[in-house]
Design a protein. Structure first.
Length: 140
C-alpha cells in the first residue's frame, strides 16, 4: 500500500494480495484517524459480503471467489473499545455484469484498490445495542 495526504484526505493505493479491511484498520490506527469516511473502487479475487437479518439479529454472509470489480466501496470510520471500527458496504460486479452487494467484511485485492479516506476531526465511539443487535454510534 502506498498513500498521499492532502490536508484531511488520504489517497491510498492497495496492491495485489492485500486484504482491504485489515489494511484500512491498520492505516487508520497508524495515522490516528478516529472518525471519517471511506470510499473506493478496484478489483478483488475474494470477498465476503453480508446482510443483517433484523428479526434474528444475525449477519448472513457469502464468500465470493473470482474476478469482481468493486463498483462502490463506501463506509465510515469510528472507534469501539479504543480500537478502529470500520463499517463498510460494497457492490461487486462479476464477469456477467451482475452486481452483488452488502456489508463488506473482507476482500483480497486482485489488481488494485483506489481508496479515499476523509478524516473528520474528533472521535465517535460505538457500543453494542442489545435491542437492535448492532454496534451503534454512542452519542454522549
Amino acid at each position: 500500500m502506498e498513500f498521499a495526504k492532502f490536508r484531511n484526505k488520504y489517497i491510498l493505493r492497495l496492491d495485489r494480495g492485500e486484504e482491504i479491511v485489515e489494511t484500512l484498520k491498520e492505516f487508520c490506527s497508524q495515522q490516528d484517524i478516529k472518525l471519517g469516511w471511506v470510499k473506493g473502487i478496484g478489483a478483488v479475487g475474494e470477498a465476503t459480503i453480508g446482510l443483517f437479518e433484523t428479526k434474528e439479529k444475525v449477519y448472513h454472509s457469502i464468500d465470493l471467489k473470482g474476478d469482481y470489480e468493486i463498483t462502490s466501496l463506501i463506509g465510515n470510520i469510528s472507534t469501539m473499545d479504543g480500537e478502529t471500527y470500520l463499517h463498510l458496504h460494497a457492490t461487486l460486479g462479476d464477469s456477467e455484469y451482475k452486481v452483488q452487494g452488502g456489508h463488506f467484511s473482507r476482500g483480497i485485492i486482485s489488481a488494485t484498490g483506489e481508496i479515499i479516506i476523509e478524516s473528520i476531526e474528533g472521535e465517535l465511539d460505538r457500543e453494542f445495542n442489545q435491542e437492535i443487535g448492532l454496534n451503534l454510534y454512542k452519542f454522549k
